[in-house]
Design a binder for this molecule. Sequence first.
Ligand code: ADP
Ligand code: MG
Length: 729
Amino acid sequence: MAAGLRFQVVNEAFKRGPVFVDMPKERPSEYFAKYVFDRQKMYRYLSPTVYEQMCDVIDNGAPFDRSIADAVASGIKKWAIENGVTHYTHWFQPLTEGTAQKHDGFVEHDGKGGMVEEFEGKLLVQQEPDASSFPSGGIRSTFEARGYSAWDPTSPVFIIGDTLLIPTIFISYTGEALDYKVPLKRSLHALDKAATAVARLFYPDVRRVVTNLGWEQEYFLVDEALYAARPDLVMTGRTLMGHDSAKNQQMDDHYFGSIPARVEEFMKDIEIHALELGIPCKTRHNEVAPNQFELAPIYEEANLAVDHNMLMMSIMKRVARKHGFRCLLHEKPFKGVNGSGKHENWSLATDTGILLHAPGKTPMDNLRFTTFIVETLKAVYDHNGLIKASIMSATNAHRLGANEAPPAIISSFLGKTLSDLLLHVEKADDDALSMEGKKAFKLDLPSLPELLIDNTDRNRTSPFAFTGNRFEFRAVGSEANCASAMLTLNAAVAEALLDFRERVDRLMGEGESKDAAIMRVVREDIKYIKPIIFNGNGYSDEWKEEAARRGLDCEVSAPLVFDNYLKEETVRMFARTNVMTRLELEARNEIKWETYTKKIQIESRIFGDLCLNHIIPVVTKYQSTLIDNVHKVQGIFEGEKARKIARENLIIIEKMADHESFIIENVDKMVEARKVANRIESEREKAIAYHDTVAPLMEAIRYHVDKLETIVDDELWPLPKYRELLFIR
Ligand code: ADP
Ligand code: MG
């Protein structure tokens, strides 16, 4: 950017005011799900028998009978056309970021030279998008198979603008998952089966167990004029250079502060869109960093919640532009201030109640509660490295392991009440356990205070905290598809519960009473899971040492963290729960490594350009000005005075020259490092090379660029600075 242009851009950003939103006349409860083909619409647009069949599909997982597909499609078409829809698309979640769609018109030849609106069941049920441009990790080339997308009727179709969107799964012809939804659904099924079997030990009437997910989405807003002036933000979603602002978050004045007017209008706008699409938005507030915010809906069944999060992220990006903003979902757009995460609040519920809820009514309730807590923790402990892998990415790596977000070690915070309870169960009287036969088994669990539900002594540093009636997984990246973490956690918990039931059955087979058998297994596991429980400060160095001693996975290099997906215990766990095959896991890891490499490669390229074409030229220019000054000074002053001024200028000139030569030399090295890495065949080794050789050079060079920012004449500096990016509304 030419000198002076930065100020124009900053001015433009400063002057931009709020874009006021026309609030709907109706109340939110009236326009909620207006653009969703939900039950109300099904009731209105489908015949009573078809409606019943669809309810059976959605509620009880009955197969979606192709014979009703035409009737359903025709009802949907009628509703869509009434809402001005002209196009439809299958909407799916390939293994890239975001979602994919390809729009087709409803129109078909009518055979008489004209056109009619057509939408048959087969178009609703299944399509074959040209899958070759989506990552498959080699599955498709290996099997020469095409991919197809198929409607997932548990996620209703919806309308955006003139288009009907049909949420689909995406699968290869040989049945391998090419998306996030297929393994997610398999994991929900596995967890349902395993958890139901365990829940029945306590409540024989339980029919099924549902997984709930309540996500909280953090994000940054940046004025679009400033965004456009930062090629690094445009290309990579984060700033690759920029010196700390004098003020950032140290005053703690942003969190829960009043929401700026421009932002508030944006929030209202996205909430209206979200509610119309059936996303139950509830909470909005400022986050810790300047210009950082959060949005959270009420929790929903996990499959739907995942779709809603994907949808929400695209709404946020789209609507931000109307308000002169860009919405940054990157986990770490700015160095030195907090990054963005996505908390995933995870819980299990039966058709009769919440399983992680501590009602404290009967000893049986409490034992059920203890069982599900302990088995969840066992899953997290057994697969802590894998669970970290499920949230690891090139972008989230900036949070994990940095001293602000949950550390790159998975552990769980339970709080005092729950820790005390587990201790109590562990130490329960052994005599009580040995009581044989059908005699009433005295459980002697303390009644759990309702207070547990509002347990407020939360530990912000814990990646996996128990918060009353759910676990809150806090290490997930803001940009991530929720499904990646969910399907891993679900499968791992399913495995733990399968084991649990088997062990209890075995003991009962040996003549132990049910209560005693459960108690024995729970107590065994309470002892076993101790290493995963950590109630202290997760950011401290002592914890890193302690965690290593406990044998928890402490790896921070993303490409190596991905190895967890191919460990034998992982492959076995995913196979046993039917969530993913070895082939699928191998394919996915290829994609993970490849994506990692590409991200760092793009960053490194744009970073090199910025250094050589934006920064070095202005540094040289400023140097010339100073050198010029040295010469001119000689003509005006004489002797010591002239020498003093010259010396001072020369010190600055030399400092700049040092930074400059470091930058030039190391940009060269970085380009060389890329070339070497690019020649590596194996995706894994290539990603490791990018991590070990390219990324550190970027960090090292950045230090010098940021130093130059504090030296070079502000008027010449070409890129909007942190104080401008972060504090303008
Ligand atoms: P925080 O204090 O962490 O911001 P909130 O009370 O605002 O937490 O809730 C955060 C999210 O947790 C919301 O999406 C909320 O609906 C969800 N949530 C609450 N209870 C449950 C539950 N039992 N299972 C899953 N999610 C839940
Ligand atoms: Mg939270």
